[in-house]
Ligand binder design. Sequence first.
Ligand code: NAP
Length: 269
Amino acid sequence: MEERDLGGTGLRVPVVGMGTWKTFDVRGPAEEAQRRRVVDAALGAGARFFDSSPMYGEAERVLGEALEGRRDEVMVATKVWAPDAAEGREQADRALRWFGGRIDLYQVHNLMAWRDQLALLEELRAEGKVAAIGATHYSPSAFGELAEVVRSGRIGAVQVPYNPWEREVERETLPLAADLGVGVVVMRPFAQRGLMRRPPRPGALAPLAAFGVRTWAQALLKWILSEERCHVAIPATSSIGHMAEDAAAGEAPWLGPHERDLVARLAAR
Ligand SMILES: NC(=O)c1ccc[n+]([C@@H]2O[C@H](COP(=O)([O-])OP(=O)(O)OC[C@H]3O[C@@H](n4cnc5c(N)ncnc54)[C@H](OP(=O)(O)O)[C@@H]3O)[C@@H](O)[C@H]2O)c1
């Protein structure tokens, strides 16, 4: 698995990690044991960067338990998602318990109360409990405000959507992040599964075989990661097979402009 520097955060991340929205919001021994096996598959393939949030129901807890005994091998990126500092601190106390007392990348979710939450995360970083700070938003309507936070110099990474259907970040977010040495985590690589509903027929991917692409999911991940201003994509999955398939896209050779155009055309059908 290729690794890249996540901007200037000091974190060296695998280009494919894993998200946990919906997929890790489960309860009960059977479901939770199965998610541990998804984490096994991720680790087996080098996808050792895991994203979560208190907004995702049980996901932080289920991920924390799935990482038991191997926390040191991975990077945890989670979020604070709270209207004020007091609730933010409660979330952080819980997350720190689940993730062995430290968070590698702690992000302000959807820029919620970001001034209060950044102050909290900076305090936790000064105490050595947080390695790097980031901010996330899914909506282009908030990218202007996200740029303001990036320009403040207080965050080391942003998390934004990027896939052939959602390319707004190409306009301002990616150039700004690259200029300022800010890391980019890519959420929704499959447009919340939307891009997987009507995959192209397998023959259509033949020109990408020389790039190690065997499946549509891999074509989409390679499309994202061939944009070198992106550092790690975090597909979510509840499937061991899909995790292995997604992680296998995290190796050179990367696509050139012609191949990226082909993937964009196939996605637009
Ligand atoms: N959506 C948001 O607005 C948002 C916001 C903030 C952060 N995030 C973060 O970004 C992560 C990823 O975004 P997302 O969860 O919205 O969507 P996504 O990663 O674009 O799509 C996830 C879906 O793709 C399917 N999938 C994964 N690998 C596949 C494969 N190889 N073949 C076929 N289907 C495959 C999964 O189903 P299976 O379980 O069947 O594999 C899952 O339903 C989130 O989990 C979260 O950590 C998302």
